[in-house]
Ligand binder design. Structure first.
Ligand SMILES: [Zn+2]
Length: 433
């Protein structure tokens, strides 16, 4: 790219800095908490639609064709799709971001700050949703705005997906619905925050799969005073009762052994050895203290390597649990019920893909220390875009460590840098004239 073009783009972004910062602050002040959390529904339901409407008003000014729509079964929750028509022969590019946020959590921890203040100081915009991820959404829009202000028009189309429901995995209401709605694009960027303490603007090219699962075991309840008959040699045993908690521990320990083994066997080049895990998240058991427990249920979230399929993980876990039960008469006769609740698909794109290389170059032009290609530590909507065979990366302003915490904030410098990076990517991927 010619220095002159780059400088004009930088200048345009700089000139829009105050407006960009104000936009992020305004967006934070709209309480678009994902309704599934049940957080102050009377104050927050409809927040997602308000964000869509706010962004639409900005897009209208730039000549972006917009469509606010609700997916079937999700009344009152509107995502926004914007399309800027390119001048013709360039490749198209999609920017995806969610517009919902998590609840503020324990208010005490905000140290007197209103979680939805959108307060601006010299360095940061503060508040829930600033870094996750209204800052990213705004930076993408301002990248196009800056290009146009600098007098350039993209040759390829730019698609903006601003989706609801990401924080509660309701993709069918949000990104999934946007993808069905269309249009699609030749490549995509999910604008979630990707800076870490070590590296600014990492570029995530992979994401783990996350499977949610639970198992339950039935016992046979009896008076707690008869426990001796249940557990001692020479007692009545099963005839008197069966302690479900004890039986459940056989499975708990077996799964924990498997998790230990995963630390050695589950690998991926973008993840630290030992990253993949089987997190036992909840335990629910028993009826009351005067009874021997007749039920136990544990639920899990499993983070598995991107190259494995959900089916293979499911088979592995089920076979392991089945094996663990073989030495116990009761569990052989009364096998645990295993239920697979939800799978968030993984993605893993080849780092040779043009969009990866081009994005890395753009990041390093703006922020020389950044742009390392890494795996995302958690999950994002990128998986659903990858399922449509669109090369996708995750790249956005802000540090992931400020997401979902009290005192959430995003650095203003990163907002400006992200807008520059996105503008350079548009210029090079879509072409400009
Ligand atoms: Zn997010």
């Amino acid at each position: 790219m010619k220095e002159e073009v780059k400088n004009k783009i930088y200048e345009a972004v700089e000139s829009l800095k105050d407006e960009l910062v104000k936009t992020v602050s305004d967006l934070v002040q709209i309480k678009s908490v994902t309704p599934e959390f049940g957080y102050e529904p009377e104050k927050t339901f409809g927040g997602e639609r308000k964000v869509s409407e706010y962004l639409k008003s900005l897009m209208d000014k730039e000549g972006i064709a917009t469509d606010i729509f609700e997916a079937e079964g999700f009344a009152g929750r509107a995502s926004l799709v914007g399309v800027y028509k390119g001048t013709g022969e360039g490749k198209s590019l999609m920017f995806n971001g969610h517009i919902d946020v998590v609840p503020p959590g324990d208010i005490e921890q905000w140290n007197g700050e209103d979680p939805f203040s959108g307060r601006i100081d010299d360095e940061y915009v503060h508040g829930r949703g600033s870094v996750d991820m209204k800052g990213g959404n705004a930076a993408a829009l301002f990248a196009l705005k800056a290009l146009l202000k600098a007098g350039y028009k993209p040759k390829g189309d730019i698609v903006f997906q601003n989706a609801v429901g990401e924080e509660c995995k309701v993709t069918e209401a949000g990104t999934g619905a946007c993808l069905e709605h269309g249009p699609l694009a030749d490549a995509a960027i999910v604008c979630e925050p990707t800076s870490t303490d070590a590296i600014p603007f990492e570029i995530n090219t992979a994401q783990p799969g996350v499977f949610e699962m639970k198992w339950s075991v039935k016992g046979k309840s009896c008076h707690a005073a008869r426990r001796g008959e249940v557990i001692r040699d020479g007692g009545l045993g099963e005839e008197a009762g069966v302690d479900a908690i004890e039986k459940g521990m056989i499975i708990y320990n077996a799964v924990k052994d498997l998790e230990r083994k995963w630390g050695q066997t589950k690998k991926h080049k973008l993840y630290k050895q030992g990253y993949f895990c089987i997190n036992c998240a909840t335990i629910d058991a028993g009826v009351g203290r005067s009874l021997v427990s007749d039920n136990i249920e544990m639920s899990y979230s499993l983070f598995y390597p991107p190259q494995e399929t959900p089916e293979s993980i499911k088979n592995e876990i089920e076979a392991h649990i089945k094996n663990a039960c073989l030495n116990d008469d009761w569990l052989v006769k009364n096998p645990p019920k295993v239920e697979w609740i939800f799978n968030w698909p993984s993605f893993d794109i080849a780092q040779e893909e043009e969009i990866c290389k081009l994005a890395q170059k753009a990041v390093r032009t703006v922020v020389p220390a950044g742009g390392e290609l890494t795996g995302m530590f958690a999950v994002s909507d990128a998986s659903f875009i990858a399922e449509k065979n669109i090369p996708v990366i995750i790249l956005g302003p802000g540090e992931g460590k400020y997401a979902h915490v009290a005192g959430e904030k995003i650095a203003i410098s990163q907002l400006v840098e992200a807008a520059k990076i996105y503008a350079l990517i548009i210029a090079q991927w879509c072409g400009i004239e």
